[in-house]
Design a binder for this molecule. Structure first.
Ligand SMILES: [Zn+2]
Length: 244
């Protein structure tokens, strides 16, 4: 088991954890919450009815949530289907997403009091998820000048071998110069740097490079985490973020 703090100050608390079992998903909406969620709720001192988890689909849809969504996906069913990003302006609400190599992106605007948490797979990292997340935050009063961005643990560029089909999808979204910083080749194999793709997307949105922090931990080669690429199925890591 491994758990790290992404941000923990008087305004925000965000982290990334494998959990004890890496099980965050129930089989049916009437099942009890998983042991990992119960343990996280105790650790954060937040009831599960104040925690939210969407049904992710690797897409670019982001939802603004509040206490009316409390417990969704954790202790009850919810309507946050095919949603890969959550945004809120409510204090004491825990946003959470599962990831097992994909990139968790934490967004926080301290002055506006708005947070967002995004699950970025290779497709959505090249797509609109970051843009959609920022637009949702702006609707709640945030501004790109005030947003700080934290890139959590994910599969690193050294581990993430991809096919040419992935580069061709990225060539629709990035310039040739950008592509050369996102992909690199080693011994005839192609590798993708998801964090670099997200940094470029963030900069296009107006987030300053100095306001982007990134974890250097890799979920694939650090065996304390669950990793899809390494073969874990049905077990994931969890990213969470709340405003105090
Ligand atoms: Zn790695």
């Amino acid at each position: 088991m491994k758990e790290i703090i992404i941000i923990n100050d008087r305004h925000f608390w965000g982290g990334f954890t494998s959990g004890r079992e890496g099980v965050w998903t129930r089989n049916t909406p009437s099942d009890p919450p998983t042991a990992d969620y119960i343990a996280l709720g105790i650790k954060l001192g937040v009831p599960l009815s104040r925690m939210i988890r969407p049904y992710q689909a690797g897409g670019c849809k982001v939802a603004v949530v509040g206490s009316e969504h409390g417990g969704a996906g954790i202790i009850r069913d919810n309507d946050l289907k095919k949603v890969d990003g959550l945004v809120t302006a409510e204090k004491g609400i825990v946003l959470s997403i599962i990831a097992a190599d994909c990139v968790p992106v934490y967004l926080a605007d301290e002055e506006a009091g708005v947070i967002g948490l995004l699950h970025c797979g290779w497709r959505s990292a090249a797509g609109d998820i970051l843009c959609n997340g920022i637009r949702c935050m702006e609707e709640l009063g945030a501004s790109t000048a005030g947003i700080k961005m934290f890139i959590g643990p994910h599969i690193c560029a050294g581990c993430y071998e991809v096919g040419e089909d992935v580069r061709s999808v990225y060539s629709e979204a990035f310039t040739a110069e950008e592509l050369s910083s996102i992909f690199y080749e080693r011994e005839g194999r192609l590798y993708l740097d998801l964090a670099q793709a997200l940094r470029i997307k963030a900069s296009e949105e107006g987030i300053m490079a100095a306001d982007i922090m990134a974890s250097d931990e890799c979920t694939c080669h650090d065996k304390s985490y669950y990793s899809y690429r390494r073969g874990d199925r049905g077990r994931q890591d969890l990213a969470f973020l709340m405003m105090r």
